[in-house]
Design a protein around this ligand. Structure first.
Ligand code: SF4
Length: 379
C-alpha cells in the first residue's frame, strides 16, 4: 500500500491566541536554514517508498515565499515517487496568499488547498488573533480557483467566545457559497499555555454554554448535509469524491512518514516522533543524526485500541469483517461489555447492510458529540 508524507513548516506571521502547534514567528534566515534541513531529511526516506498523499502543514506553509515553496515542492516530487492519482495538500492562510504564489504552488504539483479560514465574521477573526479578515478569506478561495485549484478545503472553528448560533450559521452559509469541495469544522479547544487559556483564567473571556456548542454541532451536520456535503468524519464534510485521503490514511492506520520539527511517522508498525524543538532539529539534521526524539512500541493491544478509536472517528465506522481480516479479532465479542454499555447509552450502534451482508460498528449522533467519552473505553 502506498504511504503518506507529512511535512511541517513551523512558521507563522502572527500567533493566534488559541495556538499550541509547533510554530514560531517567521524569520527569513531561520526559514532558509530550516528548509535546507527539511530537504536533507527528505532524502533520508527510502527511495523505493511509494506515496499516494502529501500534506504540507504547519504553522503556515504559505508564510514562505513563492520561490522557496516552488523549490521545496519540486525537491519532494523529484526525489520521491508518487502514484499517478496522488493527492497533495498545502495548508494556506488567507493573509499570506496572492495569485502568483498560488499559481506557483499549483504548477509545482500541489493539487489541494486547505485554507485556514476559521470564521467569516470579522470580530471573531480579530478576537482569535488571525491575520486576515473575512473578505481576505473569500478572495483567497477565488484566487485559488483562478490559479487552477479544483480541490479546496475550508477550515472553520465554532465555540468562539461571544459567538452566537446566528453568527455560526452565517459563517457556514458564507462558506458554502464559496463552493469548497471540503469543509472541516472544529470546536475551539483551550490548551494550557496559550493566550486564550490565560484570558479564560483571568475571566476576560468566557467559554460558551455546552448546550450552545451542541446546537452548533447539530446545525453543522444538518445544514451541510442539506447542501450536499457528506459527513465522513467527526469534524469533516466533503462533496462526493473529495474526502481528504491523507487524513483517511491516518484513521485507517496506514503508513506515513513525517518530516520536519515535531512531526510523527508510522512505518513498519513503529511510531517515531521528531523533536519538537526547532534548534535541536536543526542541529540533529546538520550533524547527520535522525531527528527522531522518541520511538513508541506499538503492542498488539495498543494497535487494536488505536484501530478502534481511529476507525470510529469515521461516520461509516468500523467494518466488522474487514477488522477481523486485518487484526484477527471479532470486535463485537472482544469488546462485548463495553459495546453493550455504550449501546445502552445510545452512543454506538451496530448496523447491518442487507445487500452486502456487512456489519458496521459506528457512533450515533450522540456518540459523535461525546466521542471522547467513547474513545477512553478503548484506551
Ligand atoms: S496560523 Fe495556525 S499555526 Fe499559526 S499561529 Fe495561528 S493557529 Fe497557530
Amino acid at each position: 500500500m502506498p504511504a503518506s508524507l507529512y511535512l511541517h513548516i513551523p512558521f507563522c506571521l502572527k500567533r493566534c491566541i488559541y495556538c499550541d502547534f509547533v510554530s514560531g514567528i517567521y524569520e527569513a534566515g531561520k526559514a532558509d536554514e530550516y528548509i535546507s534541513a527539511l530537504k536533507k531529511e527528505i532524502i533520508t526516506i527510502p527511495r523505493d517508498t511509494s506515496f499516494s498523499t502529501l500534506f504540507i502543514g504547519g504553522g503556515t506553509p504559505t508564510a514562505l515565499s513563492a520561490d522557496v515553496l516552488r523549490d521545496l515542492i519540486l525537491h519532494i516530487f523529484n526525489y520521491l515517487s508518487f502514484t499517478h492519482n496522488y493527492e497533495a495538500t498545502i495548508e494556506a492562510n488567507p493573509g499570506t496568499l496572492d495569485k502568483e504564489k498560488l499559481t506557483v504552488i499549483r504548477e509545482a504539483g500541489m493539487n489541494r488547498l486547505s485554507i485556514g479560514t476559521q470564521s467569516l465574521n470579522d470580530d471573531e477573526l480579530m478576537l482569535l488573533g488571525r491575520l486576515h479578515n473575512s473578505s481576505d478569506a473569500e478572495t483567497a478561495v477565488h484566487m485559488a480557483r483562478e490559479a487552477g485549484f479544483e480541490n479546496i478545503g475550508i477550515d472553520l472553528i465554532y465555540g468562539i467566545p461571544g459567538q452566537s448560533i446566528l453568527s455560526w450559521r452565517n459563517t457556514l452559509e458564507k462558506a458554502v457559497k464559496l463552493k469548497p469541495e471540503h469543509i472541516s469544522t472544529y470546536e475551539l479547544t483551550v490548551e494550557k499555555g496559550t493566550v486564550l487559556y490565560s484570558r479564560y483564567q483571568e475571566g476576560i473571556l468566557k467559554s460558551l454554554d455546552d448546550d450552545l456548542i451542541v446546537e452548533m454541532y447539530n446545525h453543522t451536520i444538518d445544514y451541510l448535509a442539506s447542501e450536499g456535503y457528506s459527513h465522513y468524519e467527526i469534524s469533516n464534510f466533503a462533496m462526493h469524491g473529495y474526502s481528504c485521503r491523507h487524513n483517511l490514511n491516518y484513521w485507517d492506520r496506514g503508513e506515513y512518514h513525517g518530516v520536519g520539527v515535531g512531526s510523527h511517522s508510522f512505518v513498519n508498525g513503529n511510531r517515531f516522533y521528531n523533536t519538537g524543538n526547532l534548534e535541536d532539529y536543526l542541529k540533529d539534521v546538520s550533524e547527520e543524526r535522525i531527528p527522531a526524539a522518541e520511538r513508541e512500541d506499538i503492542t498488539e493491544e495498543k494497535a487494536l485500541s488505536e484501530a478502534v478509536f481511529l476507525g470510529l472517528r469515521k461516520t461509516e465506522g468500523i467494518n466488522v469483517e474487514s477488522f477481523f481480516k486485518r487484526y484477527g479479532i471479532n470486535i463485537l465479542s472482544q469488546y462485548q461489555y463495553e459495546l453493550s454499555d455504550m449501546q445502552a447509552k445510545g452512543l454506538i450502534e451496530i448496523t447491518n447492510s442487507e445487500c452486502s451482508y456487512e456489519t458496521n460498528l459506528r457512533l450515533t449522533r450522540r456518540g459523535l458529540l461525546l466521542s471522547n467519552e467513547v474513545f477512553v473505553k478503548f484506551i
